[in-house]
Design a protein around this ligand. Sequence first.
Ligand code: FAD
Length: 371
Amino acid sequence: MAYNSADIAAFKNVWVFCEQRQGKMMPTTFELISEGRKLADELGVELCGILLGDDVDGIAAELGGYGADRVYVYNSPLLKNYTTDAYTKVIVDAVEEFKPEIMIYGASHIGRDLAPRCAARLHTGLCADCTHLDVDLNGYVEFLRTGSNVDVDNTNFETKMFDVNTNLKMTRPAFGGHLMATIVCPRFRPAMATVRPGVMKRRPFDEEGVKKVEIVHPEFELTEADVQTEVVEVVKAAKKLVDLIGAEYIVSVGRGIAKDVEGGIALAEELADVLGGVVGASRAVVDAGWMTADHQVGQTGKTVHPKVYIALGISGAIQHKAGMQESEYIIAVNKDENAPMFEIANYGIVGDLFKVVPLLIQSIKDAKAEA
Ligand code: FAD
């Protein structure tokens, strides 16, 4: 029977596009598999990864450690490096064959290129840059209760238009981050979403899952004639970018360093150094050209959840908070006692960062010397 994206009942299981580069799994994949496990459990279905590359069997089983039940592996020299044509063809063919009901991709450069192409070919919807996903209505209502000002107890979520309990509810910032929009794709399958790196939390790794995961090699067709582009060489950016997403300690600077930019950044670097962490920044700092864009935390930067996030001279705009409010401990230093950052800080210090930070550095050094 011809493939029909509107035949909702024909689709089953949750799929994650497992992004690898040069045979190395991208960390976002583990976050998406972890989130996919949650969605698959809510639906009572299987979680599958789809992995494309050349000779990538060796990295497939690890996905089981984060909750994958099965991994579909497609090996071909034509899939060694990402090309839009080849990856789209293989994924679209696989979706038409196995019919997953949900499919999620990382909002990486590759995911942002691939997902809309697949969605258009498969005649389904795509919600880009999601920050929250739910199938379960109760879970979604709890998310709204704690993360929004919606009066959930007096809201009727039922609708005659679609089944609220089985449709994926995809939430993302809209209107410049001034509101969060929840989007559903009720009439077509798979419901597709991209999720920004660092947004979803990785589950603890389970060795048993690695033993249990099923690795499948479906037959597929891909010839040179399907691929219009040739990757001649892959050149890595020479500059080492700051690893904010994996960091346990982040010291971020804001426009509060304006009176001595170099001095402020040097203080932040020294504080990050004694903590074994890295330096981040608000968008104001990046826009001013004081630090490069890879340091930016927030809605249009990176989403982080370190053990400790120290905000130095950052006011706490909603777009900045969106990227760091899930940190375990937040420490804010600001000379304005009414700065919104203090509303979410576990510890707040009202004062001039140029005076406070040297004292912090010294006390951490003293504590380390005593330990
Ligand atoms: P300011 O708001 O100017 O705050 C500076 C703070 O420093 C003030 O609170 C001040 O009291 C304090 N201060 C000054 N001097 C000192 C001192 N000596 N010691 C201690 N404190 C001092 N912003 C982001 O950060 N990330 C994003 O991803 C992001 N995305 C955005 C997306 C959109 C669509 C839009 C519209 C905006 C976005 N923004 C983002 C911008 C955001 O709205 C704020 O403008 C920005 O976060 C402000 O940066 P800031 O806190 O460093 O500067």
